[in-house]
Write a protein that binds this ligand. Structure first.
Ligand code: GAP
Length: 462
């Protein structure tokens, strides 16, 4: 499937896609997951904003990743480095040269620009927009340029980081000294990255501003063949534990000619998107490229001494590199479930198709929604008090508008695992009904016992 940034091609692509992406995009807007960036000014290619539930969804994914890296694994340390770094960093890393480019072709008539590899893949030889002749492919650098300071000239030129990884290498020596870490150990971080993608597309799949969750595991070169498969296995386990359907995940090794400028070996974890199998995470053996280059360019020796042989060497890096936005999209698609004919037994909605986002509880934006059966003060007072108590521990929504059937559906559509209903019986028995999202099973729980009940349901770590 090609990704082209032109209306005619987008239309063509859409005709080929099934309509699942349209449904996801519309749900994201309607329910507050994802909005087009600067929408009131007509939007911006490759830029999206996260709404109230989307921001929570993405944060939960990043937190699940941080938990996995910094708490489940030992000897992986976190940094939060700057987006702006010295220009020399990007020269050392190879990003300013041919390594960080995509092939670009431009139409000689309408001057629209396209990814040459995408055109070739689709067998397109002339401009997809006007049919005009195309230029030869040339290398287009993806770094986003900026100027720092009051003078805008060559000397103030720098870049918004093209990957979070480089912020880890520039802090390698500092982290090692501060933590007294010795090989093997890891450094990870979550943060924004920017790429001037020629053809952003497929909603939030290919963006110009996005977030990465990257970890560099530093090892003795002899240990690289052991740790590359180790991290492949660990990362795949993480996706499966968070409930992604196994049939929608696969590994894809990179061909020799496809390897990034720094990589000795690379495999992608791919997800089966409605527009085809595509990368969500890369696992790379970066060899000693980065530490040796930064030693050379900075003049600071980042090598290690082998305790057995006394010889100097640069540690190899096994990198795991995932994108939070791509993962959020994959989690949304994977969780999306349509129930034809509906499952809610209230009269009006009985025949409509219902949508449930079957997120893992850790990923779900809201964990609980409190829904008083009626707007009568007797019930809303209890409902608000329950919500306030639960909110202290878990993201809890409170909703007293519309019919209870519609409110359940609203919560199902944003993937809330539990709904708590306060009814008139609650006034007598001091209990509420808890409804589970996927099974729709209902349990009567004493109000005073709700905290313990949800602790058991939501805080248990697998
Ligand atoms: N440090 C290595 C690196 O950046 P990459 O394969 O270019 O490797 C890693 O990117 C991950 O970052 C991808 O698997 C993807 O999840 C995410 N990513 C890369 N470019 C992206 C883009 N334009 N939009 C959204 N996510 C992107």
């Amino acid at each position: 499937m090609v990704e082209l940034w032109s209306t005619s091609m987008v239309k063509k692509i859409k005709e080929n896609d099934n309509d699942l992406m349209d449904k996801i995009v519309s749900l994201c807007k309607r329910r507050g997951f994802i909005f087009p960036g600067s929408e009131i000014y007509g939007g911006m290619a490759g830029i999206y904003d996260y709404g109230p539930v989307g921001a929570e969804l993405k944060r939960n994914i990043k937190e699940a990743w941080r938990w996995e890296m910094f708490r489940r694994h030992e000897h992986i340390y976190e940094v939060d480095s700057s987006i702006l770094m010295q220009r020399k960093v990007w020269e050392a890393s190879g990003h300013t040269s041919a390594g960080f480019t995509d092939p670009l072709q431009e139409c000689k008539l309408c001057h629209h620009r396209f990814r040459a590899d995408h055109l070739a893949e689709a067998g397109v030889k002339q401009c997809p927009d006007c049919g005009g002749p195309l230029t030869e492919a040339k290398k287009f650098n993806l770094l986003v340029e900026t100027h720092l300071g009051p003078v805008q000239d060559e000397s103030s030129l720098t870049y918004l980081r093209g990957e979070t990884t480089q912020g880890i290498y520039v802090n390698y020596a500092n982290v090692k000294t501060a933590t007294r870490a010795s090989l093997p150990f890891g450094i990870g971080q979550v943060g924004k990255a920017f790429r001037n993608e020629i053809t952003p597309g497929h909603f939030t799949y290919r963006l110009r501003e996005f977030e990465q969750m990257e970890q560099q595991y530093f090892v003795h070169p002899d240990d690289a063949p052991k740790y590359f498969p180790y991290w492949k296995k660990e990362r795949m386990r993480w996706y499966l534990e968070l409930g992604i359907n196994k049939a929608n995940l696969r590994f894809r090794p990179h061909e020799k000619g496809e390897l990034a400028h720094y990589a000795k070996a690379a495999e992608d974890i791919e997800y089966k998107f409605p527009f085809g199998w595509h990368e969500i995470e890369g696992i790379h053996n970066r060899g000693d490229w980065d530490l040796s280059r930064h030693s050379q360019f900075s003049g600071q020796d980042l090598s290690e001494t082998d305790p057995k042989t006394g010889k100097k060497f640069y540690p190899y890096v096994i990198e795991t590199s995932a994108g939070a936005d791509r993962l959020a999209l994959a989690f949304l698609i994977d969780a999306y479930t349509e129930i034809a004919g509906g499952r809610t037994t209230t009269t009006k909605s009985i025949k409509e198709t219902e949508v449930v986002l079957k997120f893992d509880k850790r990923i779900a934006p809201f964990k609980i929604a409190v829904l008083p059966l009626s707007k009568k003060e007797q019930l809303t007072t209890i409902g608000q008090e329950i919500a306030a108590n639960l909110r202290a521990q878990w993201m809890t929504d409170y909703d007293e508008t519309q019919s209870i059937g519609k409110r359940y559906r609203r919560q199902d559509e944003i993937g809330t695992p539990y709904c708590v209903t306060v009814d008139f019986e609650s006034l007598e028995d001091k209990a509420v009904t808890v409804r589970e999202r996927d099974t729709m099973e209902q349990e009567r729980i004493k109000i005073g016992e709700l905290g313990g009940y949800f602790k058991e349901k939501l805080n248990r770590i697998k």
